[in-house]
Every structure is written in C-alpha cells, then in structure tokens.
Write a protein that binds this ligand. Structure first.
Ligand code: NAI
Length: 293
C-alpha cells in the first residue's frame, strides 16, 4: 500500500521551492524546507511570509489560516532534517551534479518507501534516478512558476519509475488543486519544449536591438493576448535557470532554436539574473520584487 503523505520535504527554497512549500502548507500538509545555507533559507522563509501576506491583503486567505499555514512549515539547512518525511520534492538549482548529490544523500536519509521527486525543467530524470540506490522511486514533478498560482504539473515517468510512484506524485498534485499530466522523460517535457524556443527568440530579438524590451513584451501581451511578455517572463523564471534549461534542451535535441542566445550567458555572468537579483531585462525595486523601476 502507498505510504500516507502527511509531511513533505522540499529541498531548495528559491523561486520554485518557496512556492511549492507554500502550496503544500496551504493544503494542510506539514513541510520541512531545506536550503543549503542560512541566508538562502531565511530568504525562502521571507518569500513565503510575503506571499501569504499578499494573499491575506488580497482577501484570498484569512489571517488565522495564514498563521496555521506558516506554523506547518519547518526549516533546516541539513538534509538530515528530512529523515521522517513521507515524500520529497527537490527544487535546487538546475545543475545535474548538484541534483545528483542531493538525491544520493537523500537515498541514505529517507525511508525506502518515500518517493523522491525532482522539479527539474529539462534535466534527464532518468540520469538523476540512475544515480540512486532505488531508481524506481524517482519521478519528475514539474511545477510552474509561480507555484501557488499555476495549475499545471508535469509528472515525468522514466522507464524505471514504479507505476505506484507515478500515481503517488499525480495524487499529491491533485490534492494540491493542480491538474497533473504524465509525460515521458524528454528535455523540456511538454510546456518548456514549446515555450523556450519562443523565449530564446525574444532574447535574440532584444540582443539585435530590433525592438525595445517594452515593445517586444507589448507585442505579445497586447497583440497576442499573452498574460506576460517574453522578456518579463524570462526575468520571472530567472536568467540562470532559463540558460540552463535551453542549454540542456540544445544538448539533447541540437535544434538551433534552443541554442541559448549569447546575451543570456552574458547577463548571467554579469549577475543580471532577473527578478531574483533585482535586475534582468528590467530593473526591480529590490531582489524578488515584481515592481519595475
Ligand atoms: P533558484 O536559483 O531560485 O533556487 C534554487 C535554490 O536551491 C537556492 O535557494 C539555492 O540556495 C538552493 N540550493 C542550491 N544547492 C542546494 C543544495 N545542495 N541543497 C539545498 N539547496 C540548494 O532556482 P529555481 O528557479 O527555484 O529552480 C529550481 C528548480 O526548479 C530547477 O530545477 C528549475 O529548473 C526548476 N523550475 C524553475 C522554474 C522557474 O520558473 N524558475 C519553473 C519550473 C521549474
């Protein structure tokens, strides 16, 4: 019988992990959030506090419920804090070596019937699974940004994922109010395989000074009805993460449309990571702010 899920470990409390922890706690689950150092952890906690305060201010959450939500989340800098959890969702940086190190460490910490899910956008889930002791319990669980808002989750099954593991990740997504779909392990899965060629093209268009950033974004918002322009979306995703996703997709499929636009690498090298660093294609009031100045 599948393990009952009452507490979920979230590894990496950045852009995605903080949002995923919030969603889990909002749906009554206990959460243990782990990040690599105290300042990242504090940042993740502050993100969750701000986001839930905005929900209260916007009338979407009662103050009392916010307090209970926040009380359900514990924080740690050591993966050992996950010894008792029932399910783990990993959301560390999009780098294969870092993810494999996290999964092999988790292997020796959690019980054998605990599902290990990765929120990777494009890395091979099969490669991460193969580095572990029990590859059949590893699955992809790709949330969308911002996790508290977006409804879709891609559940990535590998050739060795156990059917009950795929089912457990799907059931957890449904419990969180999301619409899960099951996909195979191909870089970019469904949404990013379609989205990133377009985002990359927008970055190239900006690089070539063909049009201003505002006009590129306005074309897609006001002309095509997209909720956000591509450059603003790249800033939301994080240019470092976007670069890693494109590079992974390009290495796998060699499609020119996925060869990262050089400006992305230049901006990442210069520390212009988008909203998370306070500056990307646009400049923001402070790191992680959505207010453009
Ligand atoms: P981020 O850079 O905002 O956050 C990553 C976090 O992981 C940081 O807080 C960092 O301190 C932490 N970390 C790094 N190494 C760690 C370790 N060994 N142990 C514990 N924590 C560690 O990255 P973001 O954007 O949240 O991406 C995380 C994952 O989610 C990536 O796999 C990415 O592809 C995926 N993703 C990102 C989306 C986006 O729009 N940014 C959307 C969907 C998935």
């Amino acid at each position: 019988m599948a393990r009952e899920i009452t507490t979920v470990g979230v590894v990496g409390l950045g852009t995605m992990g903080a949002g995923i922890a919030e969603v889990l706690a909002r749906h009554g689950l206990g959460v243990v959030g782990v990040d690599v150092d105290q300042s990242s952890l504090d940042h993740g906690r502050a993100t969750i506090e701000h986001s839930t305060q905005r929900a209260v201010d916007g009338g979407k959450l009662e103050e009392g419920d916010r307090k209970m939500l926040l009380d359900r989340i514990g924080y740690a800098t050591d993966l050992g804090a996950l010894a008792e959890v029932d399910f783990v969702i990993e959301a560390v940086v999009e780098q294969i070596d870092v993810k494999i190190a996290v999964f092999t460490a988790l292997d020796g910490i959690v019980a054998d019937d605990v599902v290990l899910a990765t929120n990777t956008s494009a890395l091979a889930v099969t490669q991460i699974a193969s580095a572990t002791r029990l590859p059949s319990r590893v699955v992809g669980m790709h949330f969308f940004n911002p996790a508290p808002v977006q409804q879709f989750v891609e559940i990535v099954r590998t050739v060795v994922s156990a059917p009950e593991v795929v089912e457990s990740a799907s059931a957890l997504s449904t419990r969180l109010g999301k619409s899960p779909v099951v996909v195979g392990d191909k870089a970019g899965f469904i949404a990013n395989a379609l989205l990133f060629a377009y985002l990359n093209h927008a970055a190239s268009m900006f690089e070539q000074q063909y049009a201003s950033r505002e006009d590129i974004d306005a074309a897609m918002r006001l002309g095509c009805g997209y909720p956000m322009g591509p450059l603003a979306l790249l800033d939301l995703i994080g240019l470092d993460t976007a670069y890693e996703i494109l590079e992974t997709m390009y290495l796998q499929d060699r499609k020119r449309v996925h060869a990262p636009s050089p400006i992305l690498k230049q901006m990442v090298t210069a520390g212009l990571l988008g909203r998370k660093s306070g500056r990307g294609f646009y400049t923001y009031a402070e790191p992680y702010s959505s207010t453009v100045v």
